[in-house]
Design a binder for this molecule. Structure first.
Ligand SMILES: *Cc1c(COP(=O)(O)O)cnc(C)c1O
Length: 428
């Protein structure tokens, strides 16, 4: 596979962009390769600047649930662009968008549009703090909520240890307000709550984790978070930036029938344009300016192009009830084939899947939290990733990411992927 042009671009990029990429994981560092520079994509396929074609399982990290360059979404963007690209004033489509979101996700009674998932989660915890008058938040080890200061924190050993920043530049004083619990471990949450009585503003969770690889919640875990939050007057935030409109039209909260107080959205909701949103109970959302005192704003929030793309995306998803069934069937086909390959090769690696998001973990242990995810052999994963890429399969370049299937992946694409999986695994 020729990669001259990508290599050349990467060398130029490194001189003017930190690490040569505008978001770290794209740089392919953990798999020991130079990134492929992408020229175009259509449906399930993506082409790099050297003309290599791949079956794409990143899908822009989630948004491309209908496949790339969907004609209806492109048309919506083009038509909207004719009327100018931004006004900084209210538009009709923002009202329609908010109405549609509140209809599809009933726990959201009011919603505010922002420009990214990061902005959504940052705003949601500010709101939870404003609403409760408390400062501390509980998050879970291995969950990712964007790059806001409060989230780039991990805890030392033992739940009582104060949080320490995960990144230079995050103030230690802020780190003290972020408490880390263990995913799928309600006791770790109960302990933090009792040690910080009436000090916790919010519990924020990825209801199905995508950002340590795909890790589903165990039965009772989300229910437990819901009831602890209600009892302790803590704002329960489901970060559905990845799972919203992905695992079901109404997100993970529909799948597991749990009603959070606030929800954060991103990725699919923008149809591939930069969009995020946070919303929830009216009583809480009414604190947001200008209706209330909690300040949050955005020059490009509710941008007409972004709203056109997102509204079209959500309209298509909500009008075609068969989409999620098809996604489930194809995902079953793919993961079933991969499991069969593992059996043939006598390998006991774990595959976690919920709907059209899944991860193959190079570990024999069940993966149910960050500690078990970290038992994966990342060197093996990197070799597997390179093998798949060489065979035209474009996976997330990290063991700790989910892969996404789109509606554009045909049975044929899936069969090809299963064959590439077998060869790549057997040549490790
Ligand atoms: C991607 C992601 C974010 C951050 O969204 P950005 O748009 O990248 O800022 C936050 N939370 C979760 C669960 C995500 O998957």
């Amino acid at each position: 596979m020729k990669t001259n042009k990508s290599t050349k671009l990467f060398n130029s990029a490194k001189k003017v962009i930190p690490g040569g990429a505008n978001s770290p994981v794209r740089a392919f560092k953990s798999v020991g390769l130079n990134p492929r520079f992408i020229q175009k994509a259509k449906g399930a396929y993506i082409w790099d600047v050297d003309g290599n074609k791949y079956i794409d399982y990143i899908g822009s990290w989630g948004p491309m649930i209908l496949g790339h360059a969907h004609p209806q979404i492109l048309k919506a963007i083009q038509q909207s662009a004719k009327n100018s690209t931004s006004f900084g004033a209210p538009t009709e489509l923002e009202v329609r968008m908010a109405e549609l979101i509140t209809k599809l996700i009933p726990s959201i009674e009011m919603v505010r549009m922002v420009n990214s998932g990061t902005e959504a989660t940052m705003s949601a915890i500010r709101l939870a703090r404003a609403y409760t008058g408390r400062d501390k938040i509980i998050k879970f080890e291995g969950c990712y909520h964007g790059h806001g200061d409060s989230f780039l924190i991990k805890v030392g050993s033992g739940a009582t240890t104060l949080g320490t920043p995960d990144s230079p530049g995050v103030p230690t004083s802020l780190a003290a307000d972020t408490l880390n619990a263990k995913f799928n471990d309600l006791n770790s949450v109960k302990q933090l709550v009792s040690e910080n009585k009436s000090e916790i503003a919010a519990i924020i969770v990825e209801p199905i984790v995508g950002n340590m690889g795909c890790v589903p919640p165990k039965p009772g875990f989300l229910e437990g978070l819901r009831s602890i939050s209600s009892r302790e007057k803590i704002v329960f935030i489901m970060d559905e930036v990845m799972t919203g409109f992905r695992v079901a039209l109404g997100g993970a909260q529909e799948l597991y029938t749990i009603k959070p107080d606030l929800t954060t959205l991103g990725k699919i909701i923008g149809g591939g344009l930069p969009v995020g949103a946070y919303g929830g109970k009216r009583e809480i959302m009414e604190i947001v300016a200008p209706s209330g005192p909690m300040y949050q704003a955005g020059t490009l929030s509710g941008n007409p192009l972004a709203m056109a793309a997102g509204y079209e995306m959500l309209s298509i998803l909500s009008k075609n009830k068969s989409i999620y069934k098809t996604l489930e069937k194809r995902s079953q086909q793919l993961v079933g084939g991969m499991r069969e390959n593992l059996r043939k090769l006598g390998l006991d690696y774990q595959i976690n899947r919920v709907g059209s998001m899944f991860t193959l973990f190079f570990t024999e242990q069940e993966v149910s939290d960050y500690d078990s995810a970290k038992t994966s052999d990342t060197a093996k994963f990197a070799a597997y990733f390179r093998g798949m890429l060489e065979r035209g399969i474009y996976l997330s370049p990290s063991q700790f990411e989910a892969a996404f299937l789109s509606l554009a992946h045909s049975e044929n694409d899936i069969e090809r992927t299963i064959r590439a999986n077998l060869v790549s695994l057997s040549s490790l």
